[in-house]
Design a protein around this ligand. Structure first.
Ligand code: SF4
Length: 344
């Protein structure tokens, strides 16, 4: 039986964390952060690889492991060094100031800005400088079985990514077939898209991507004709402003920081007695002892016919891991996620 797409996706994430970039190496000042299943309201990518300024990434840690939303970023990035009235310190938000006040209170509760009241006015002061920690964003779409119809569907999606240029590079990760990726498939994909061919836990470049202009205006493809003989409709495009793109990239980076790629375990049942983490080459993958294979996040739920909760005795006295193996697995993955956020 072929490995499910979910397992392939976990392999891609782990490979990227170990090996990125595919050819050549990063300088010592760069660290890599990998996240899974993230994007904007209209587009979600399977894997995101963030190339980060190592020092700035370490400095980001003082703001805590939870993401800063777009509203919080507005406050934290512009909070002044010295006490100031918030309306004078922060740029015009483009929405009512009362929402900014709410965000300032939220930031103060999280301990990431200082606030005080002076003469009925709210003043704020930064606690730390918010670092520009993410240098590049690389989006990877995972399609282990890249046949003609998958390439056509992906081609349309990826064309939108290339036109918008929210990421600096776009790749497709697929399973190596032993032969070269068929030229007919390549023709269906935008030439700017890179292709990574995976053989187990190793990858090689089948096609190099072009760098996208993430700092420049992008084009949002809102609607496109279906291309049939009778289709005379025109495609509709929208302009994506560089400021909008910059803000979205920051929000995306923050969500990747919070989530990482190991959050998959949060929707699975590591508290099932059949749940294991197994090493396979350089990868560590969830394994279901009852099914005798890697399980998907979807099937590993309380509704699974083989689900068997770990006995209470495992969670109490006599078991070497506090809280039982399920809790132990979660803690282990959380620790690894935290380590990825704090490179040496
Ligand atoms: S038996 Fe079901 S719930 Fe238990 S680990 Fe396997 S897939 Fe998950």
């Amino acid at each position: 039986m072929r490995e499910p797409e979910f397992t392939f996706e976990l392999r891609v994430c782990q490979w990227a964390e170990r090996e990125w970039p595919p050819d050549g190496s990063l300088d010592d000042g760069t660290a890599v952060l990998v996240a899974r299943q993230l994007g904007t309201r209209s587009r979600r990518w399977d894997t995101l690889v963030l190339e980060c300024d190592r020092e700035a990434l370490a400095a980001r840690a003082v703001f805590g492991p939870d993401r800063l939303t777009g509203d919080l970023l507005h406050v934290v990035r512009h909070a002044p060094r010295e006490w100031s009235y918030y309306r004078e310190a922060l740029p015009e938000p483009g929405y009512p100031w009362r929402y900014v006040r709410e965000t300032i209170h939220e930031a103060a509760e999280r301990g990431i800005v200082d606030t005080r009241r002076r003469g009925g006015r709210i003043e704020l002061r930064r606690r730390w400088h918010y670092p520009d920690w993410c240098r590049r964003i690389v989006a990877i779409e995972n399609k282990p079985d890249l046949d003609a119809s998958a390439a056509r569907r992906l081609g349309d999606q990826v064309e939108r990514d290339v036109a918008l240029g929210l990421a600096d590079e776009v790749w497709i990760a697929t399973r190596a077939t032993g032969a070269n990726v068929e030229p007919a498939l390549l023709e269906r994909l935008p030439v700017e898209t890179g292709i990574l061919a995976f053989d187990g836990g190793d990858a090689s470049v089948a096609w190099h991507p072009a760098a996208l202009a993430a700092d420049e205006p992008g084009t949002r493809i809102v609607e496109r004709p279906n291309g049939g003989d009778r289709d005379r409709s025109a495609a509709r495009f929208e302009y994506a402003d560089p400021d909008w793109k910059r803000a979205k990239r920051r929000e995306l980076a923050e969500r990747a920081y919070e989530r990482g790629w190991r959050a998959y375990v949060e929707t699975m049942r590591p508290d099932c007695r059949h749940f294991e983490l197994r090493r396979d080459g350089g990868d560590v993958l969830p394994w279901c002892a009852a099914k005798g294979r890697t399980q998907t996040a979807r099937e590993c739920s309380g509704r699974c016919a083989d689900f068997a909760p770990e006995p209470p005795a495992w969670r109490t006295r006599g078991w070497p891991i506090e809280g039982g193996p399920g809790k132990g697995i979660r803690r282990l993955l959380d620790r690894q996620r935290e380590r990825a956020r704090r490179p040496d």
